[in-house]
Design a protein around this ligand. Structure first.
Ligand SMILES: Nc1ncnc2c1ncn2[C@@H]1O[C@H](COP(=O)(O)OP(=O)(O)O)[C@@H](O)[C@H]1O
Ligand SMILES: [Mg+2]
Length: 278
């Protein structure tokens, strides 16, 4: 079990290393995350930034940085700008700096009636950029999209993204059942262990209010299905672990109410092989 770095530890690292990256005015934001220890918001040379810090899965932050760069090379307007990363010499701690988006997540914007007609086309643009970059994002959802300053959606959270042609097994994902949907895939016609972001975009799209733009995007995303698939079939042990995890979620759901139930349904939905079936 990896020992998570404390707030004091990160404060000290950022005080020591931050200046080299032009970081200032950092404020701790505790998101109580599983693979990130801490998020800070602050300024880099006067520009608002987010700093993600991890001692649980430091490699995933370096991966996020590289994948963001790769995605931006395909299309500069679909994800936040990556602005730097630091890795400790022993490879046990990393932070990553990226453009701070105005937020909040699309998940929060939708119930407030703040969907915009162009969001559907924005999702198609994201899917096309990932396809062009040869990236399987593996965590596409309305929780991982928000508006940029131009009012267009951005996709973030590239920590689990992989080269679609050469997907890697990540031990921090494998060892953490809550993230098994990333390692093993979500519902998809392509089957367990095969990742097709187009399917996840279709799910996100279905959360937008009905419109001609949404219909058009749905058609385009349906055409994209199967074009950029990352394959990483689970072995027998992994299948058993996944089966146990699903069973435990179903049992927990019997006793859960409110927000907890919603979280469980979301997790089961991500693991289900058919849209909407949990
Ligand atoms: N570039 C960003 N700008 C503003 N907020 C962000 C940005 N990236 C992430 N966030 C916020 O932080 C939360 C967690 O970040 P995320 O990258 O999704 O990590 P996690 O793997 O913990 O879900 C997001 O849900 C979002 O609210
Ligand atoms: Mg996220």
């Amino acid at each position: 079990m990896t020992r998570r770095m404390s707030k004091d530890g990160w404060d000290a690292i950022l005080a020591r290393e931050g200046g080299k990256f032009g970081l200032a005015d950092l404020r701790w934001q505790d998101f109580n995350k599983l693979i990130n220890d801490a998020f800070y918001v602050g300024k880099q040379n006067g520009v608002a930034v987010l700093v993600k810090c991890s001692s649980v899965a430091p490699d995933s932050l370096v991966n996020e940085h590289k994948m963001l760069e790769r995605c931006r090379a395909a299309d500069p307007d679909v994800c936040p700008r990556p602005l730097g990363f630091w890795m400790s010499p022993d490879g046990t701690k990393a932070f990553q700096i990226q453009e701070l988006l105005p937020g909040p997540e699309l998940k929060q914007l939708l119930p407030e009636g703040k969907s915009r007609p162009w969001f559907a086309a924005d999702m198609v643009r994201m899917a096309e950029a990932l396809g062009k970059a040869g990236i399987a994002h593996r965590d596409v959802s309305i929780w991982n999209m928000t508006c940029g300053a131009d009012g267009h959606l951005r996709l973030f959270d590239f920590q689990f993204a992989v080269d679609a042609a050469r997907p890697q097994r990540d031990k921090y994902l494998k060892n953490n059942p809550k993230y098994h949907y990333c390692t093993f895939g979500i519902e998809d016609e392509a089957g367990l262990g095969a990742w097709d972001d187009a399917g996840a975009f279709l799910k996100a799209l279905a959360c937008l209010p009905p419109s001609p733009e949404r219909d058009c995007a749905e058609q385009r995303l349906a055409e994209m299905r199967g074009k950029t698939v990352a394959r990483l079939p689970p072995d027998l042990r992994e299948r058993l672990t996944l089966g146990c995890y699903k069973a435990s979620l179903r049992i927990q759901r019997l006793f859960a109410g409110g927000a907890k139930r919603e979280t469980i349904n979301r997790r089961l939905g991500r693991l289900s092989r058919r849209t909407g079936k949990v």
